[in-house]
Design a protein around this ligand. Structure first.
Ligand code: GDP
Ligand code: GDP
Length: 434
């Protein structure tokens, strides 16, 4: 779990085409309930039974052909730092360019596994042209056509081969609450304010990732680890690329979390970047709490909180069943309420509904409002079970699963939420043939 593959290369070689091809198959399934895909640059896929995240670094480079090489270099350096395997994409139709040579040089210096993809080999015609890429000094290459999909199997074999051995998850398996957000949202201040009360700290455990420190924390009769994703500003080369870097870092942190505490600066608002972090957490099926911080700086009128809430819920629709807490770390206002809420979300996420209760509750509701008939065919849902997964997933057994539309799945999801509290928790619904 938690392996990351970064796709690097200069603009226009086909990185995003390749990226889309990789994650498409899977996204189609994962997003069938939640709706549209929002973050074009990050997704998950699997190959030969190994699951990994893929990040398209090109999505973060501004400009096109004439983009500054230094800009590309920076993305590549960050990718080298954060990713487990790098897929370096080059373009057979243009041959080797100075920018390719530049990237190759950085990659040769790194000790990260690199898999080179010579793209746009749409037919055997330009197979021979690919040989020139040997001169980049990165060893074997794989010819692919991101457009028609050829060659990607061999390439993925090589990628999976290069991934580090799968390791068992953490020692004690304490619940992990990860604090994420844009730079300067108040993440470190929040954690410091919490652990400032040192009677609650049990131990400090050095984090598994550099920079991030897991603090064991015991409060409300609940023992958990707080994971800090701040502490990234100190690196000089990171400064100009903070956003990209924090996305990479957030991806990692979110994948290991049970609950993501998404903190944003209320003064700046819940913007697109915060939204991306939200969808990362949602897509990874993590519990979510939203904290609107720096509430002390906001001028309050009668409906201020309500208006804020409405605005946020519009952005996170259709997954709006998420707690939002308005806090001021500076004034220590509602910071414990925030943690208490995270504990509740954790409990909701671990909740197991007994099959009998589930069926007694849901079947009558389904009978009252059955799936609409399609082409004269009636869908009959026979029974429901919750799957034994760490996060809530429900299987609805029926005669014609393929006829159940997303809108009806959303109805089922809403009923589950209404009857069993899943506040802050993404739930998955599968229709299964019976
Ligand atoms: P990026 O900037 O590296 O992300 O490149 P894009 O994925 O946006 O692709 C740049 C251009 O190359 C687009 O016009 C794609 O349609 C085209 N392209 C991508 N992959 C292939 C391929 O395998 N064969 C051909 N012929 N064109 C491709
Ligand atoms: P991080 O980058 O997310 O870890 O953010 P920091 O914790 O370093 O906070 C960034 C800045 O916001 C610092 O100057 C903090 O003092 C300030 N800050 C944090 N929380 C609050 C708050 O509740 N109110 C105000 N006014 N400032 C805050």
């Amino acid at each position: 779990m938690g392996n990351m593959v970064a796709i690097v290369g200069r603009p226009n070689v086909g990185k995003s085409t390749f990226f889309n091809r990789l994650i498409q198959r899977r996204e189609a399934i994962v997003d069938s309930v939640s709706g549209v895909t929002r973050d074009r640059n990050y997704g998950k896929t699997d190959w030969n039974g190994r699951e990994f995240s893929v990040i398209d670094t090109g999505g973060y480079v501004i400009g096109s052909d004439d983009v500054f090489e230094t800009e590309i270099d920076k993305q590549v350096e960050l990718a080298i730092e954060e990713a487990d395997v790098i897929v370096f994409v080059v373009d057979v139709t243009s041959g080797i360019t100075p920018a390719d040579q530049d990237v190759a040089k950085l990659l040769r210096k790194s000790n990260k596994p690199v898999v080179m993809a010579v793209n746009k080999v749409d037919s055997n015609k330009n197979l021979l042209d690919a040989t020139e890429f040997y001169s980049l000094g990165l060893g074997e290459y794989y010819t692919i056509s991101a457009i028609n999909g050829s060659g990607s199997g061999d390439l993925l074999d090589a990628v999976v081969e290069a991934l580090p051995e799968a390791v068992e998850e953490d020692e004690e398996d304490l619940p992990k609450f990860t604090v994420v957000g844009r730079p300067n949202a108040g993440k470190s201040s929040f954690i410091n304010a919490l652990i400032g009360e040192d009677r609650y700290i049990v131990t400090d455990i050095a984090g598994t990732t550099r920079d991030s420190i897991d603090t064991r924390y015991n409060r409300f009769g609940f023992d958990f680890k707080l994971v800090d994703t701040a502490g990234i500003r100190k690196k000089s080369k990171v400064k100009e690329n903070l956003e990209f870097y924090s996305v990479m870092r957030s991806v990692r942190a979110i994948e290991h979390a049970d609950v993501c505490i998404i903190i944003f600066d209320a003064n700046r608002g819940f913007d697109g970047q915060v939204e991306n972090i939200f969808w990362l957490a949602e897509r990874n099926r993590k519990g979510i709490v939203i904290l609107a911080n720096k509430w002390d700086l906001i001028e309050k009128e009668t409906n201020t909180i309500k208006n804020f809430e409405t605005e946020i819920r519009e952005r996170i629709s259709p997954f709006t069943d998420v707690p939002i807490v308005f806090i001021s770390v500076l004034n220590k206002q509602r910071i414990y309420k925030a943690i208490e809420t995270a504990v509740e979300v954790y409990k909701n996420r671990s909740k197991k509904i007994k099959t009998r209760v589930l069926n007694e509750t849901m079947l009558p509701l389904i009978e009252q409002n059955p799936p609409p008939a399609i082409k004269g065919k009636y869908v009959k849902i026979k029974y429901i079970t919750q799957l034994p997964t760490p996060q809530p997933q429900f299987a609805f057994f029926c005669n014609l699963p393929q006829y159940v539309k997303d809108s009806y799945k959303r109805y089922l999801e809403n009923q589950l939420r209404k009857n069993f509290d899943f506040h802050g928790v993404p739930i998955s619904i599968y229709m299964r043939k019976k």
